[in-house]
Design a protein around this ligand. Sequence first.
Ligand code: FAD
Length: 335
Amino acid sequence: MEENKILTSLNTFGIACYAKYFVEIFSVNEIIQLQKKSQFTELPHYILGGGSNILFTGNYDGLIIKVSIKGKEIIKETDEHIFLKIGAGENWHELVAYAINNGWGGVENLSLIPGQVGAAPVQNIGAYGVEVKDVFEELEAINLKTLNTEIFDRKACKFGYRDSVFKKEAKGKYIITAVVLKLNKKHRINAGYGAISKTLNEMGVANPSIADVSRAVIQIRQSKLPDPKKTGNGGSFFKNPVISDAAYQALQANYPDIPGHPVDGQVKLAAAWLIDQCGWKGKRLGNVGVHENQALVLVNYGNGTGTEIKDLATKIMKDVSQKFSIDLEPEINIL
Ligand SMILES: Cc1cc2nc3c(=O)[nH]c(=O)nc-3n(C[C@H](O)[C@H](O)[C@H](O)COP(=O)(O)OP(=O)(O)OC[C@H]3O[C@@H](n4cnc5c(N)ncnc54)[C@H](O)[C@@H]3O)c2cc1C
């Protein structure tokens, strides 16, 4: 257990702040042992993965538990599927690369998403027409009250758009220790979303493999998103708002160009477009700002604080609400 741990390198915004106590756990048994520590029983605690979806707005006056449980194991195999159990502390993109190298499909569209495997179900990570729920079989999590291991299948996870039970009623109550993914031996190429097919064309690929799709996704992401190692950020700061068809048509009357994608009888708007229309894209306020190529990404140019980022987000939300009567919801966990 460490005291007054600096967290700058443990969050992708690169916010300099301290945790009163910090512990890194490598096994389920170490979680059980935590129960004997007063820092765990008497203080608030927060579970940390790769820190790529968290904004610290100050020092954390409790215990940060960083999950570093490793391991990959095939637990079942059929003619069509591999059931792979992965430790929550494994890096997500390394897992994607591992699956592709073994010829197992299903996660290639999710290439280069930062963070760890254990956090992937928490917000049901998604990109380029695929969400982790599409390959999810089940997960193991320790109930922090009873210390029992519980299994959550897809239904129990209550997956939604960037959402799951772990952001709602189960929030903070479990440590996810392992995730089982059901990967495909027979590949279903999903290149119809965003710029993937255009990029594959430019790469001269006519019949893409899962490795080709992954390469295209990596290329698109690298050209669009800032690398947190160079410019602190947490990816998309806001969720794309989902509104009724009637509300969308009303907006369209005033803004004929407003983009919208039908989802389950409703319409998903592009938060980046709304923010851009309010003039925020590329704007800088002191140490922080809105990325010049992607209005959904708020960045820390150097010595920015979490409060500066949060204040910027609040200003953006106010402007979008005033102009479009739409309430943006942060995708990032704000602490
Ligand atoms: C440049 C960039 C691009 C991104 N692109 C995408 C994208 O395309 N799609 C997308 O969906 N997301 C994207 N993200 C967001 C982020 O990568 C994902 O949310 C990722 O799953 C977070 O993983 P993490 O390990 O860093 O989680 P953290 O940020 O450490 O934690 C996120 C949440 O999960 C909880 N948590 C973490 N591990 C566990 C565990 N083992 N048990 C219980 N709770 C846990 C934390 O308490 C916290 O509430 C992007 C982020 C960045 C910086």
